[in-house]
Design a protein around this ligand. Structure first.
Ligand SMILES: Nc1ncnc2c1ncn2[C@@H]1O[C@H](COP(=O)(O)OP(=O)(O)OP(=O)(O)O)[C@@H](O)[C@H]1O
Length: 736
């Protein structure tokens, strides 16, 4: 065992999650690379280390640290080094030299006991003296807090967040009510808080624990899409989670209601429990819809004449339903247009746009995802954006969920008409934000297919809007795309109506390959992607999209991606790779951005590197190809549509996933030339009609299902997809 003392010259690498750090140590004998786990560490710090020397094949001799102690710098030299290392803002090496020249080994004592004396040095005002001392003190406190939090097994990453939130209050929060962490700190849920609490020795029947557990259970149900839970369901789930008696739960529910964290609402003989924020969100959404739903006094015959004129100008004809849709949209503040694929929604939107433009009105178009917005731009020829962009999202999407939009009640959108497409994907939170930024007098038109999967977030807004029967709705039913032209459309409508679909493979764009074994299915998928489909639909191999119902399992997205990557983009000495957690990225991989990121910069450059366009924003569901991996600046370069190139720093790779296969849920709002769907038995709750319907309607030119025919038929009949508890329709009816 070696014992070494020295100061950190610079940190070469640090993983903030587990504390793994590589740094350069300076001591009397020169420089030395050290490797180990450190809860808190900073450049300039003075350390006493214990460990063993090891020989690394590429980096040479290293000290593998087993034990360490951070020492207060004692001698003049190490004090000067610490202060000048950049550890204290506002002090560089020159100033550090002056301070130590004046106070010598007494420097730290002076800082603690007589901080004002720092101002005796030229270049340090009294204010700066105080600031420096506060910083040095804070560093000491932070270090101590980190050591304390580590004792309870809290990761460094989390410990930093906890300390930033509570400062010196950290100790009392942890000892009195660690469940507060679940309320205050993003990334801490009840389970983490509960684990910390049990290590601290807090009783399982503590009031804080039970309240926090009930609220956590309720929020879990929001993640499943619910806006409330019935009391008995909530109590049972919470009792199970907390391992306490059912009867104990009731009292705490009342406490939660008193502290306004939940709202209890009687519904006939049952009681519903809402997280307060969602209760009010539904109520306000209903109120705003009502306020917006103004009737405009435009005579029918005048509207009809204008539509006829537009038809003449554009040499197109609308059918009766489409004309009525345009007229209703003109006459009302709120209008809903719904219908399956190929029923003419886009054509109707186009007619509306032309109508309003010819009246000199200003129009804004938006959709919930980047891809859907892009498609809307292409099909209407009129610029569409994501709803987040329309509302001028500020900062990260996390902040936006807390209402961080530039457009809101105080700064509403200035436009006459807003048209939202792919409305089935809009959740309650986004709907609320959207309506908050629109003032009465603006027409809002919602367009979507009510039979698609509901939004990922809570609520089923489009369905509730329709079921409230409070607003004009036009349901387009005529299928315009000819039957002989597209079996995708015909079969999608059949699936939706619960009718049999013929699987004789006589179609030109709808195929079912019967296979019963997962690995056989994967090998069929490979043949389809590598050989058959690109030629058949005249697309690139990367445009063929595999859509799987699940993430896990033999045919889950995770396993499919590992295998497809191996075959479609095998390793080679020419292709750089980067491992990130469980993921492996390789040059040539097909990848997907998994959240909306409004800050991420992209560039379009010519072959010679000349930048011709640049901008910001990469969205959830955007698919691209890894074009380079640079170890020198630790980035992965991805090329998205239109040659937009984005550099991901390694630490942002959690926003990327392999995308050879993606879940059907993730594919909502996107379209692909050809879609391949593996299908073997799965959980009934998931394997339902609208999942199949959504998957099939993603394809433009060809759908190929590979798997078990019975599963396919059962999915068509299975309409008991998980029911979502929402009450927007009721709230709307109440205030009519
Ligand atoms: N009134 C009409 N007369 C003739 N053809 C029409 C009419 N309305 C729409 N179509 C045609 O039907 C096809 C489907 O229409 P459209 O794209 O508007 O439907 P959609 O509901 O938006 O479909 P999807 O949801 O699949 O994109 C298009 O080729 C369109 O030109």
């Amino acid at each position: 065992m070696e014992k070494i003392t020295g100061y950190i010259d610079h940190i070469i690498f640090r993983n903030e999650d587990n504390g793994y750090t590589v740094f350069q140590l300076n001591n009397e004998e020169g420089e030395l690379t050290c490797v180990g786990k450190f809860s808190y560490i900073g450049e300039g710090e003075f350390l006493e280390l214990e460990g063993e020397y090891t020989m690394h094949p590429s980096y040479g001799m290293q000290l593998q640290v087993t034990n360490h102690r951070i020492k207060e710098p004692e001698d003049r030299e190490s004090i000067e080094r610490y202060l000048g290392s950049g550890a204290v803002k506002g002090i560089g090496p020159a100033l550090a030299g002056k301070i130590v020249a004046k106070f010598g080994e007494d420097t730290f004592r002076i800082m603690e006991e007589e901080p004002e004396r720092l101002a005796e040095i030229k270049g340090i005002s009294e204010r700066k003296a105080r600031e420096i001392c506060v910083q040095v003190e804070e560093k000491k406190d932070l270090r101590q807090a980190m050591i304390y939090l580590q004792k309870y097994g809290i990761s460094i990453h989390l410990a930093v967040k906890i300390y930033q939130k509570y400062g010196l209050g950290t100790y009392s929060v942890l000892e009195e009510n660690p469940y507060k962490l679940a309320d205050d700190i993003e990334g801490v849920g009840f389970r983490t808080a509960d684990e910390i609490a049990s290590r601290i020795g807090i009783h399982t029947d503590s009031d804080f624990r039970i309240q926090s557990g009930i609220f956590y259970t309720l929020l879990q149900s929001v993640q499943e899409g619910h806006v409330y839970l019935e009391e008995n369901v909530l109590s049972e789930r919470a009792a199970q989670l907390l391992e306490v008696e059912l009867k104990d739960i009731e009292k705490y529910l009342m406490d939660l209601a008193m502290s306004k964290k939940v709202v209890l609402k009687q519904d006939r003989e049952k009681v519903r429990v809402y997280p307060a924020q969602y209760y009010y969100m539904e109520m306000n959404t209903a109120r705003m819809l009502k306020e917006l739903n103004i009737n405009y006094d435009e005579p029918d015959d005048l509207i009809r004449r204008r539509i006829d004129k537009l038809e003449e100008e554009t040499e197109s004809t609308l059918d009766e339903q489409q004309k009525r849709a345009v007229a209703e949209a003109v006459k009302h503040g709120i209008f809903i247009l719904t219908g399956g694929p190929g029923t003419g929604k886009t054509t109707t939107i186009n007619a509306m746009i032309r109508y309003f433009l010819s009246e000199g009105m200003d129009i804004r178009l938006a959709a919930p995802t980047g891809r859907a917005a892009k498609r809307m731009t292409e099909t209407t020829g009129y610029e569409a954006q994501t709803i987040h962009r329309l509302l001028e999202v500020s900062g990260s999407p996390e902040e936006s969920s807390k209402g961080g939009f530039g457009r809101n009640q105080d700064n509403p959108l200035e436009t006459d008409v807003v048209i939202i497409d792919e409305m089935s994907m809009v959740d309650l939170t986004l709907m609320h934000a959207l309506l908050s930024s629109v003032v009465p007098g603006t027409r809002v038109i919602f367009v979507g297919d009510r039979n698609q999967l509901p939004s990922v977030g809570p609520g089923k807004v489009l369905q509730d809007l329709i079921e409230s029967h409070a607003f004009p709705v036009m349901m387009l039913t005529r299928i315009f795309r000819q039957a002989q032209e597209s079996d995708i459309v015909v079969n999608a409508h059949r699936i939706n109506a619960g009718e049999e679909v013929r699987l004789d493979n006589k179609s030109r764009d709808f195929f079912f390959l019967k296979r019963q074994d997962a690995d056989v299915i994967i090998s069929v998928i490979l043949t389809l992607i590598q050989k058959k489909l690109p030629r058949y639909v005249k697309a690139k191999m990367t445009d063929i999209q595999v859509l799987a119902p699940m993430k896990k399992g033999l045919l889950g997205v995770e396993r499919l991606n590992r295998i497809l990557q191996q075959y479609l983009n095998p390793p080679s000495v020419k292709k750089q790779e980067k491992e990130y957690g469980e993921r492996l990225f390789r040059v040539g991989d097909k990848v997907m951005q998994t959240k909306n990121n409004y800050q991420l910069e992209w560039e379009i450059a010519t072959k010679y590197g000349l930048v011709v366009d640049k901008g910001v924003g990469v969205f959830n569901g955007d698919i691209g190809i890894v074009t380079a991996i640079h170890t020198y600046d630790e980035t992965v370069e991805v090329e998205f549509d239109e040659k937009r190139k984005v550099k991901y720093p390694f630490k942002m790779l959690d926003e990327l996933e392999l995308a050879y296969a993606i879940t059907i849920h993730k594919s909502q709002g996107s379209e692909y030339p050809a879609v391949v769907i593996p299908l073997l038995a799965g959980p009934r709750q998931l394997y339902c009609r609208n999942l199949l319907y959504t998957a099939v309607t993603r394809a433009k030119k060809c759908v190929t299902l590979v798997g078990n025919e019975t599963v396919f038929r059962e999915m068509i009949q299975n309409v008991d997809e998980q029911k979502r508890n929402t009450s927007l329709a009721e709230r709307i009816q109440e205030i009519l």
